[in-house]
Design a protein around this ligand. Structure first.
Ligand code: SF4
Length: 382
């Protein structure tokens, strides 16, 4: 399901009720609660990965940008999004902005919305703007199915997504202590499936996996603990995640699929103004990300907090090739690592990277050098 480019479960779900709608959205973050409350399914579109050969998509873009927009265009041209009613393009970079324009030109869906996230974090300015943006999305869906989003419906949906984030966090917390119980690649698949199925079903799957790894399974191995950062939009191929493990690392924190775990904590479920609650959560509870302006709470300080919290031995900066938001941040974050004596390496990938040998050698050397010669990065030394 995690890599189903035909979106089988989503289509099947929609076919069971004439008022249901499918709304595709790109990374990084979109508050899926609002679509759920409007009898819709927000479907995360993460590109074709290494499962789709790009032929036509390359013709739409210059060579010096990332890969994900090419594969999304290829998916659109090959009719993978048939049955989708609308598309949301959250603002993060010019590539996504241009992709939204291309979807409009191609006539994909019944609406295409470029969702401009505020970078002003004062409620009466950025908050008012963002809330208005969310209402615009709801208005578009209402035009399609006539379902009125009441306060009760929205609060119910918020509760389901609170639970979803809570379960994902539980998986990360258990894995932090016992990383051998669930591989990073398996965790990735389990979480990624949440992009393309109803949240109720994803919550059931997550609950089962939480229960499973609550018990002792597998054997600890002599690996270093790493944090992977930079992969919040175009996703690394699953083979690359496996390669990091094979090279001697337990991934105990990452920003893969960041949108699914975006809000740090719960959104209020008792609010008389649930859209306001969702807005405030974005303003006050967004994570460390290149797509968020960090007023008074710098990314480098947040990274160090995360390193301390997850007790990592080293950081892997892994960004998609030509990803401006990630690559502009990395020098700042790497300087902080240098200043704090935190070990790191850095490489780039593409969603369809097929050869991992060089990365395996690089990560393996990194892991060996920490295991053999380094003092552990102790929380106190940060
Ligand atoms: S990978 Fe980076 S540059 Fe490409 S669309 Fe995503 S955020 Fe933009």
């Amino acid at each position: 399901m995690a890599f189903d480019l035909s979106f089988t479960r989503a289509r099947e779900w929609k076919s069971q009720d004439k008022d249901r709608v499918l709304v595709g959205h790109m990374p990084v973050y979109f508050p899926r609660e609002i679509i759920h409350a409007a009898n819709g399914l927000a479907v995360g579109i993460l590109g074709g990965g290494d499962k789709k050969l790009i032929i036509k998509g390359d013709a739409y873009y210059q060579s010096y940008i990332c890969h994900i927009p090419r594969s999304i265009i290829e998916l659109a041209l090959d009719k993978h999004f048939e049955g989708f009613d609308g598309f949301i393009f959250p603002s993060i970079c010019d590539v996504i902005r241009n992709l939204s324009g291309m979807f409009q030109l191609l006539g994909e869906g019944k609406f295409v919305k470029y969702l401009d996230f505020p970078q002003n974090f004062k409620y009466h300015i950025g908050g008012t703007f963002y809330r208005h943006e969310l209402q615009t999305v709801l208005d578009e869906v209402y035009k399609l199915n006539g379902v009125k989003v009441t306060t009760a419906r929205l609060n119910h949906s918020i509760g389901l997504f609170n639970l979803n984030r809570h379960l994902i966090n539980q998986l990360y917390d258990i894995r932090q202590e016992f990383p051998w119980r669930l591989t990073a690649a398996d965790l990735y698949h389990v979480v990624r499936a949440g992009n393309v199925i109803p949240v109720e079903e994803h919550n059931e799957i997550l609950s089962e996996v939480v229960q499973l790894i609550g018990e002792e399974i597998g054997d600890p191995m002599d690996k270093i603990r790493v944090l992977v950062i930079g992969a919040f939009c175009e996703q690394p191929p699953a083979g690359l995640i496996r390669t990091i493990k094979l090279a001697g690392c337990y991934i105990v924190e990452d920003d893969f699929l960041l949108g699914l775990k975006w809000i740090q904590g719960d959104i209020d479920t008792d609010s008389a103004e649930p859209l306001e609650a969702i807005t405030k959560a974005y303003l006050d509870k967004s994570p460390l990300s290149s797509s968020v302006f960090d007023v008074g709470n710098t990314k480098e300080a947040r990274l160090v907090d995360l390193i301390r919290h997850r007790k990592v031995d080293g950081v892997i900066f892994a960004a998609p090739s030509f990803c401006d938001p990630a690559l502009l941040d990395h020098p700042i974050l790497q300087k902080e690592c240098n200043d704090k004596n935190i070990r790191f390496i850095s490489f780039m990938y593409s969603e369809n990277t097929g050869q991992f040998k060089v990365i395996k050698e690089q990560v393996g050397t990194f892991s060996d050098s920490i295991k053999l010669w380094d003092e552990p990065v102790l929380a106190d030394s940060l």
